[in-house]
Design a protein around this ligand. Structure first.
Ligand code: DLL
Length: 441
């Protein structure tokens, strides 16, 4: 019998974890099934919410006999509180976002969850060509938002030098890029364009800063925008995906091929479903992305409906990774607005308006992307209540300022408010049209 051959990887070193990213697809499915089974057992035993959902449709962990049986498990559509599947003492960090459905979501991580998150982001930054020799300027916001710390942990895991500058502070960003010779930038795509624009205004040629790549995500963007960013900076711009409920960024990322984002399937199992019927769709068909967090300990999610619309690219990627790719996102099944990276639901605006005296909760939000700054701009038209309508400019001015202040403090976005006459906003007998999105994404 021939001696067993030494395992040799012929893939480029940029693949952070060839063992999992280039796994034989059958072996990957076996691993996914083992992890799914373990997850189902854990949540059934520890999370009353899941046990009740399983019991309601007569499914027990013993009914999960193959990976395909995932289709028999119930979806999780909203992210309820109380999903902790481990004692609180096991939780080492929490993050939060305004939530993609309008209700705030809290994600609680154990030590292992933190490792998986860093792993997902290490693969992401490596996918963009990052190594320990790189300097990563992290301009995603630090704090409860997952973009900042998620990218931080990933960059740290690959041993790169991190500049934890967080978002904003444009002049300082450019100064840091120049002084510390940043090679990779991580931020929202709109901010990347804004930074380039500002650099030019300050007389700095962005190309002269010597960046080589950027990891951009957290908001919708387009191929056209990618071209603009790449041209302005002379870099490769990579699309990266994730959401707070499913740990944060690092769920899926582009490789050098820049066509579709590899899902870290050994950690987060993807499905595409028909959003109307809930029926699973085959690879290649466009629908709603559903994710099961097969290794998550703190707040695991079974078949979480992301509301993001994409398809799984059926062909294997030429980069050497065997993990499946999701196409660049097409949009969402709901009406979530992402303005400068901040998630806003029209219903949240409505709730905030209800509390302000003198205005009716009749409003229209117009979102556009400035041709000069490439940043999103939101204008909110609000109907003034007839009892509060005044000819005094200063009264109207102070009401307008008040609304702008409330929007900033409650929703975290700067909106230009325009007060309009009572009953001037078009009414509808069906669903009200609250949003006009003029952005060409
Ligand atoms: O935005 C996590 C993240 C941070 C991803 C940094 C990438 C980079 P949330 O604030 O919970 O989490 O928002 C998640 O943002 O459901 C999508 O609708 C949208 N989104 C995220 N990445 C992309 C992308 C973070 N690459 C929601 N393209 C998701 C389009 C994206 N939309």
């Amino acid at each position: 019998m021939a001696a067993p051959r030494k395992r040799v990887y012929t893939v480029p070193t940029m693949i952070w974890n060839p063992e999992h990213e280039c796994m034989n697809p059958e072996a990957l499915r076996t691993l996914q099934f083992a992890r799914l089974k373990n997850l189902v057992e854990r949540v059934y035993a520890n999370v009353p919410f899941y046990r009740a959902k399983f019991d309601a449709i007569g499914v027990t962990p013993a009914d999960v006999r193959s990976l395909d049986d995932i289709a028999n498990l119930p979806f999780t559509s909203t992210y309820p509180y109380g999903l902790l599947a481990v004692p609180q003492s096991e939780i080492v960090e929490i993050h939060m976002s305004s939530g993609t459905t309008g209700t705030p979501v809290v994600d609680a991580y154990t030590k292992r969850d933190m490792d998986d998150w860093a792993e997902g982001m290490a693969r992401t930054i490596s996918g963009a060509g990052g190594t320990r020799n790189d300097t990563v300027q992290n301009a995603y916001g630090y704090g409860l938002f997952t973009g900042g710390l998620g990218s931080h942990y990933g960059a740290q895991k690959i041993g790169a030098t991190i500049i934890p500058v967080s978002s904003g502070n444009t002049q300082k960003q450019l100064m840091l890029m120049r002084d510390f010779k940043t090679t990779i930038v991580t931020c929202t795509p709109s901010y990347a364009l804004y930074l380039a624009e500002q650099a030019k205004e300050m007389g700095i040629d962005p190309m002269s800063l010597g960046l080589k790549a950027g990891c951009f995500g957290a908001e919708p963007w387009s191929e056209n925008m990618r071209k603009q960013i790449e041209k302005a900076w002379g870099i490769k711009a990579y699309d990266i995906y994730g959401l707070t409920e499913i740990t944060g960024p690092g769920v899926a990322f582009e490789c050098d091929g820049q066509y579709g984002m590899h899902v870290n399937e050994d950690l987060w199992y993807p499905e595409i479903i028909d959003p109307e019927t809930g029926r699973p769709l085959p690879d290649g068909e466009k629908g709603e992305l559903v994710i099961t967090t097969i290794t998550k300990e703190g707040t695991p999610l079974i078949r979480y409906r992301t509301r993001d619309v994409t398809f799984i690219i059926p062909e294997r990627c030429g980069c050497g990774r065997t993990t499946r790719r999701i196409h660049r996102l097409f949009g969402r099944t709901d009406d979530l607005l992402i303005i400068r990276g901040v998630n806003v639901f029209p219903s949240q605006i409505e709730h905030a308006l209800i509390e302000i005296q003198g205005v009716d909760p009749n409003y229209l939000i117009i979102v556009d992307r400035s041709a000069q700054t490439h940043l999103d701009e939101a204008e909110l038209h609000v109907e003034v209540n007839p009892s509060a309508f005044s000819d005094e400019t200063k009264d109207m001015e102070s009401l307008r300022n008040k609304i702008e202040g409330v929007m900033k403090s409650k929703l975290g976005i700067n909106m230009k408010v325009k007060l309009v006459e009572p009953k001037s906003i078009e009414r509808s007998t069906g669903k009200a049209k609250r949003v006009i999105d003029k952005r060409q994404l």
